[in-house]
Design a binder for this molecule. Sequence first.
Ligand code: A3P
Ligand code: EST
Length: 295
Amino acid sequence: MDSSQSDYFENFGRVHGVLLYKPFIKYWDDVETFQAREDDVVIATYPKSGTTWVSEIVDVIYKEGDVEKCKQDAIFNRVPFLECRNEDLLNGVKQLKEMASPRLVKTHLPPKLLPASFWEKNCKIIYLCRNAKDVAVSYYYFFKMVPVHPNPGSFPEFVEKFMDGLVPYGSWYEHAKSWWEKRKNSSVLFIFYEDLIEDIRKEVIKLIQFLGRKPSEELVNKIIQHTSFEQMKNNPTTNYTMLPEAVMNQKISPFMRKGILGDWKNHFTVALSEKFDEHYEQQMKGSTLKLRTEI
Ligand code: A3P
Ligand code: EST
């Protein structure tokens, strides 16, 4: 391994084979032994799949449409990020332990790394999936704006790392496929970013019903309005501007970047797209999971 490659892995390590951030791994025991409560709701995603969007939707549902209440605190406090740890600045496990029920829990963990307690207590889990090409684009900008990451190099160079699973949370393909298998469990709802873009009303109603609540027209309308990309981009409690610049530098790229389906077309050359597609077919062979990269 040459020195540029060892730099790439400087802040990364592995937990049960999955690439993750060293500060998270240092306290892994706290995550593994985490005690779920029956009424916890987990929002699970591969990074950059629209986690913040669905977290905000679910929090409005839990606050029964009271968006003013949502605006009282940052999304990362209302929906703590379970495995997140940055010494004393960020500590998902601590936040959750101190939180009153019902708790909303954000995680990017693959099913095999989700604390066993969530499975034992049969907690509701929402898995949001986004097509791999748009995730790769979004992750590329995330690497640039969050200083814990190494320089991702050129976009084609980063795509190689992504295809090889050499990014935090590992292989997108393994993540999506293994959560797709878990959808057979009735406590797991599997949804798609592309469906949210195409028909937000339908997906919001699906989420409300999954959470055992009534999808009144008033609530649905309020959610659609409050969680539009424009609203969330301009809302300091959802756009991550409440984190210090040293942790997330939005001068480089905003967290709420584009919020569209198909931005990959502005980043992949035809040749890179063909290479990606061929690898994708190999990786996803045998799985019935189908993602849309355009509508
Ligand atoms: P882009 O970088 O493609 O714009 P996560 O919350 O999992 O980190 O995902 C971030 C991605 O979701 C970003 O994608 C962001 O713009 C997009 N996103 C966040 N809120 C959104 C919304 N309300 N509508 C559409 N996309 C949204
Ligand atoms: C923020 C949101 C998200 O969905 C994923 C991640 C992963 C990496 C996290 C970052 C984040 C927030 C800031 C950090 C970073 C690792 C170290 C850094 O301090 C916690």
